[in-house]
Write a protein that binds this ligand. Structure first.
Ligand code: ZN
Length: 376
């Protein structure tokens, strides 16, 4: 009997123990700390986040760490630690990583169309800038091929790459134009001046005279309306010279005499089309700059290099000065006259100056003698 009672008591105690244990287990379990977060979080540059934005779910705990803004202004790997106090006042530390990544390509500021002149050096990066959300210095490169000596449109690219490999590529057009031709439609203003060799010069109604001699070269233009034919003195002197040459058995004739501004414009423009401005300028005058428009100059016989060395060319070289003519563009004087050697081109200056410039067969140029330039 006694034994049976004791048995019952033990069973009750065991039952109570099991029950209380279960209750305690359930109680503790319900109070257990639950904490969820991404162990590695990727964010783009300059994303606005705090250290607590990555915490998704927390139960039965209190975050001790204060909220703070994360610096995402540069590409970086950041270690963030959060402290949480659980139900039993125990403190837990949780650590996670924030990878700040750059996924934006740089922004290039540029001009879509660039124009330049043939032969002119050009800095294609002059007004180009690149910026990136990473705040790093971005180098811009030009991709594509072009030739500053070949007029045309070139499709080129600006390329900018940031350290994370994000690449921006922007297309632009480079237009190389033919050199601008400064045609002298403008009339030179009236002026008086002294040349570097002390001669007095005067510009009146757009025409420049130095020591009384009309000058038309690359520096000194004449108005488009100027001239109507070879001057009487020029024609008379030419026939005098022609007669003298015929006595020596030579036939000298004018192949190209007076040329108006307009006809010079057509001739010059055709040369530019064929050879380009640079080459055309070595042998043909721009309109308003031609000596043929002055009525004082002409080309004889064959107007090309084959004329050099012919009996007529040799005779003219030795005798033209006697009739008031000068060989206007002598050999080796391109730097002074602005033109290559032209054995066929003669200019009337009168016998006095012609004798001086003949210089015993070693021709002086008007530019050298007067101390003036001939350049556009
Ligand atoms: Zn000529």
């Amino acid at each position: 009997m006694k034994n049976k009672k004791a048995k019952i008591i033990i069973i009750i105690i065991i039952a109570l123990l099991v029950l209380s244990s279960a209750t305690l287990y359930l109680f503790l379990n319900s109070k257990r700390l639950v904490f969820e977060y991404d162990k590695v979080k990727e964010v783009s540059l300059n994303t606005k986040i705090t250290n607590l934005d990555n915490i998704k779910n927390i139960k039965n705990g209190k975050i001790l760490t204060e909220e703070a803004i994360i610096d995402t202004s540069k590409v970086d790997n950041l270690k963030i630690t959060i402290e949480v106090e659980d139900y039993f006042k125990k403190i837990h530390a949780y650590t996670y990583n924030i990878n700040v990544i750059d996924i934006e390509k740089p922004i290039i500021t540029f001009k879509e169309k660039i124009e330049s002149e043939k032969g002119k050096k050009i800095d294609l990066l002059k007004d180009v800038t690149a910026s990136d959300d990473s705040n790093e210095d971005i180098e811009v490169l030009v991709e594509g091929e072009y030739d500053i000596n070949k007029p045309g449109d070139y499709k080129l690219y600006y390329v900018a790459k940031d350290k994370s490999g994000n690449t921006a590529k922007e297309e632009f057009t480079l237009t190389i134009k033919e050199k601008k031709i400064t045609t002298q439609n403008e009339i030179r203003p009236d002026a008086t001046f002294t040349t570097s060799k002390g001669f007095s010069g005067v510009t009146k109604d757009g025409v420049t005279y130095i020591d009384g001699y009309l000058i038309a070269n690359k520096t000194y233009s004449i108005p488009s309306s100027y001239g109507s034919g070879l001057t009487k003195e020029t024609t008379n002197a030419f026939y005098e010279m022609k007669s003298a040459a015929s006595l020596d058995g030579l036939n000298i004739y004018i192949s190209s005499g007076f040329r108006s501004y307009n006809s010079q414009r057509i001739i010059y423009n055709n040369y530019v089309k064929r050879d380009g401005v640079d080459v055309a300028d070595t042998y043909s005058a721009r309109p308003g700059h031609s000596e043929h428009q002055t009525g004082l100059a002409f080309d004889v016989n064959i107007i090309n290099d084959s004329f050099a060395g012919t009996p007529e060319a040799i005779w003219l070289d030795k005798n033209a000065y006697k009739y008031g003519f000068i060989l206007r563009y002598p050999k080796g004087k391109t730097n002074e006259t602005g033109y290559k050697y032209e054995p066929w081109h003669f200019r009337y200056v009168g016998k006095n100056l012609a004798l001086v410039l003949y210089n015993n067969g070693n021709w002086l140029t008007m530019e050298d003698y007067f101390g003036i330039t001939s350049a556009y």
